[in-house]
Design a protein around this ligand. Structure first.
Ligand code: NAD
Ligand code: USQ
Length: 406
């Protein structure tokens, strides 16, 4: 009998990490979740909670064993601050792959104030760097799969489809020729959180070159939905569902708001176009990425992990049509382009067999049902966004085509 490949899921208690850990376990991997449960503590700090009743980690793992007979290990380690514990764990399991979800991921939370800005940078950069250092120190050939974001590209109105991570540029040479080179697509982060993902990219580039680490960076769009085929198996396995003004992402927020009769919170004109992906697709894409590592010494493999692009106001209209919800146009608390176009390639996943779930496939209804089932747990007071990007000076804050720096 061949041994099951060992895989770590860092951040495996979170929204994307938990269903990914279950899926990889179901696929025959020997999964170890590493998480310091900081996300649960931030819920307490913000006075909010997941719409769905998420079980504690021990209950989750017992339920998984009851339902499937499979065992997932759990280690409570702060990977940003406990390098020794992470290194010891790596030496013990020598994982073939590590999926790295363990960062503070909310843009509004990262812009709340000085302590949240500092926490987000300290936590995310130290977490990523500690991991890279530990893999080098342990002398492992582990493939690291990191969850990055489409937001590193920025949202300037682009005439062209965004490539997957790299841009080929020409540098004029002294003899009048042109030197061609692939560079990381110039970053234009829109929040301190997105800035940390841009910084992560440089760390990956350095360690892939210097230490021949095998790294995949997934530039993921906004994830929506909540359940996957594994989390549906038992209520104790249910995934988290954020709807509050900091951690709730736009489509899931609209679906909860519709369920409780709260006008859909469109910021500004709703002309912001973003890339989206369903949580079931997140899980499948991560598995595909794990199965297709770059070679040692190769550049970082960057893949855009997205299904389709939508404008915020169009999403509000779709949700409004299905549910009858009213739409509100609120002052935008963020500093971002009021209107932008967005097209982006997801070719590298499609080539591996990815068939994206699209909104028109009708899967929205399942999320609507979840919102209806747990609407009694929704605290209306936590819905408004209380994070502002820029300290108000009384002037209209908005990025436009004419802004000198967008
Ligand atoms: P989440 O906050 O639900 O999960 C992150 C998990 O990491 C939490 O369980 C948290 O406790 C843990 N964690 C954070 N810092 C840690 C540390 N120092 N040590 C150990 N554990 C730590 O977030 P999510 O929505 O599951 O996102 C996961 C990853 O995917 C993030 O890196 C995020 O940037 C990326 N991503 C998310 C989305 C989305 O829409 N949710 C979209 C694109 C990319
Ligand atoms: N928005 C509204 N109303 C709301 C909430 C948001 O109009 O109630 C707008 C925002 O102004 C923004 C857009 O919707 O223009 C998306 O906001 P979001 O909160 O859904 O997503 P974002 O802040 O970009 O962050 C989320 C995840 C983050 C991930 C990112 C992927 O929290 O972890 O990296 O999506 S991406 O957007 O592709 O960078």
């Amino acid at each position: 009998m061949t041994a099951r490949p060992s895989i770590f899921v860092l951040g495996g208690d979170g929204f994307c990490g938990w269903p990914t850990a279950l899926h990889l376990s179901n696929q025959g991997y020997n999964v170890t979740i590493v998480d310091n449960l900081s996300r649960r503590r931030i819920d307490v700090e913000l006075g909010t909670q997941s719409l769905t009743p998420i079980a504690d980690m021990q209950t989750r793992l017992r339920a998984w064993k009851d339902v499937t007979g499979k065992v997932i290990q759990f280690e409570n380690i702060d990977i940003a601050n406990d390098h020794e514990a992470l290194l010891t764990l790596l030496m013990q399991y020598k994982p073939e792959s590590i999926v790295h979800f363990a960062e503070q991921r909310a843009a509004p939370y990262s812009m709340k104030g000085p302590s949240q800005k500092r926490y987000t940078v300290d936590n995310n950069i130290q977490a990523t760097h500690n991991l890279l250092v530990a893999v080098v120190e342990a002398g492992l050939e582990t493939h690291i799969v990191h969850l990055g974001t489409m937001g590193v590209y920025g949202y300037d109105t682009a005439e062209a489809s965004l490539p997957e991570g790299y841009l080929t540029i020409g540098i004029p040479t002294d003899d009048g020729g042109m030197h061609k080179r692939d560079i990381l697509y110039p970053t234009s982060p829109g929040s301190v959180y997105h800035l940390t993902k841009s910084m992560d990219q440089l760390l990956f580039q350095f360690y892939a070159k210097n230490d021949r680490l095998r790294i995949t960076d997934l530039h993921q769009g906004i994830v929506w939905g909540t359940q996957t085929s594994e989390t549906r198996l038992d209520e104790r396995l249910i995934n988290r569902f954020d709807y509050d003004g900091d951690y709730g992402t736009v489509l899931n927020r609209f679906l909860v708001q519709a369920a409780i009769g709260y006008p859909l919170s469109v910021y500004g004109t709703g002309g912001q176009t973003r890339a989206f992906i369903h949580i079931e697709d997140t899980v499948h894409c991560v598995e595909l990425a794990v199965k297709h590592p770059p070679a040692a010494g190769a550049r970082v493999q960057i893949r855009n992990q997205i299904a389709e692009c939508h404008r915020v106001r169009d999403l509000a209209e779709i949700v409004g049509e299905i549910t009858g919800a009213e739409i509100a146009q609120l002052e935008n608390p963020r500093l971002e382009m009021a209107e932008n176009e967005l097209r982006a390639s997801n070719e590298s996943f499609v080539e591996l067999g990815f068939e994206p779930i699209l909104l028109k496939d009708g899967i929205l209804n399942e999320t609507i049902e979840i919102c209806q089932a747990y609407r009694h747990r929704c605290d209306i007071n936590t819905i408004p966004s209380t994070s502002e990007w820029v300290t108000r000076r009384g002037d209209a804050l908005q990025l436009t085509e004419d802004s000198p720096v967008r």
